[in-house]
Design a protein around this ligand. Structure first.
Ligand code: PBG
Length: 319
């Protein structure tokens, strides 16, 4: 026998010496929910995650930064919804206020990513406005995304996260940002986002009541090649970072994206991935900490530079 791979595993020091993948706090983004409430409210399917009040949001944002987390992703939970998602375009809406509060808490230069999408704001729960036949109107929707992005950039968000999966959304938002003096605002494009069963807890978190499904705009979980096209289109339109979502059931997609482009790749460990691990750990089936570390290591190993994860602050403290 000439080759004995086990030699390299003989001690902790040797294993560390040849370890291929590093998981570091600065690669992590923490998604946060904010609502105009007096005290944070629990999300039953996501133990440990809350709908923040403005006060708890500021505190948690500061703690995440102090723990070394690389940035924050903000989702607003409005009190009122309508078919157009009007609140998303109010200068004093839930999300613009959240961005201002968080910016104050973390100071300048720390990445604050505001979500640009309408599903939290529409009463039907779709990511866009509907046409007269009740279909999601792509082009009317991306005009709204463009206005929303400019508003959020003006509020202090240095990155906008485009999660709606409308065609052409990156290009119109890039143009609108450039035309309004926000050429330095980055675009994190949810380039490859699947119509996944794993977003269930998120919908509770933002109190969205979706009628129907998102299969006319989010991708079919059966498709792999299609993601290369989605990633290419978003980069052509000016995406600074491209994201794959969900993460762990889509590591082939992360790996393809890594191979296809030189721009940074992000992956979103979504609410259902969080809920599954927490439920399995709570039942005693798996070692919680080991499972969380392994899960995130696998996403980095597949090629993600950045990981968006509800465990970001806790994970950062461990690393
Ligand atoms: C849409 C959006 C969703 C998530 C992030 N942005 C929900 C959806 O597409 O249905 C889900 C994230 C998660 O499940 O953690 N704005």
């Amino acid at each position: 026998m000439r080759e004995r791979p086990r030699r390299l595993r003989g001690s902790a020091a040797l294993r560390a010496l040849v370890r291929e993948t590093a998981l570091e706090p600065n690669h992590l983004l923490l998604p946060m929910f904010v609502r105009d409430v007096d005290a944070p409210e629990a999300i039953s399917t996501m133990p440990g995650v809350v709908q923040h009040s403005f006060e708890s949001l500021r505190k948690a944002a500061f703690e995440a930064k102090a723990a070394g987390v690389g940035g924050l992703v903000l989702f607003g939970v409005p009190d009122s919804r309508d078919p157009q998602g009007s609140e998303a375009l109010h200068a004093d809406g839930i999300l613009t206020r959240a961005v201002r509060e968080v910016r104050e808490a973390v100071g300048p230069g720390f990445p604050v990513i505001a979500d640009v999408c309408l599903d939290e704001f529409t009463d039907h729960g779709h990511c866009g406005v509907l046409d007269s036949e009740g279909r999601v109107d792509n082009d009317a929707t991306i005009d709204r995304y463009a206005r929303m992005a400019v508003l959020l950039a003006a509020s202090g968000s240095d990155v906008v996260g485009l999660s709606g999966m409308m065609d052409g959304q990156v290009g119109v938002v890039r143009d609108a940002l450039d035309a309004s003096g926000h050429a330095d605002t980055l675009i994190l494009a949810y380039a490859s986002k699947y119509a996944s069963a794993l977003y269930g807890p998120f919908r509770e978190a933002v109190r969205s009541r979706l009628e129907g499904d998102r299969r006319t705009y989010q991708q079919d979980p059966s498709n792999r090649r299609e993601s290369r096209r989605e990633v290419r289109l978003d980069i052509e339109q000016g995406a600074d970072i491209v994201m794959v979502k969900p993460a762990t059931m889509y590591l082939d997609i992360v790996s393809d994206a890594r191979a296809a482009t030189d721009v940074p790749i992000a992956a979103y460990v979504v609410s259902g991935e969080y809920a599954m691990v927490e439920a399995a750990a709570a039942s005693g089936a798996i070692d919680r900490r080991a499972a969380i570390l392994e899960l995130h290591t696998s996403v980095r190993r597949a090629g993600a530079d950045v990981i968006c994860t509800y465990w970001a602050t806790e994970l950062a403290a461990w690393l």
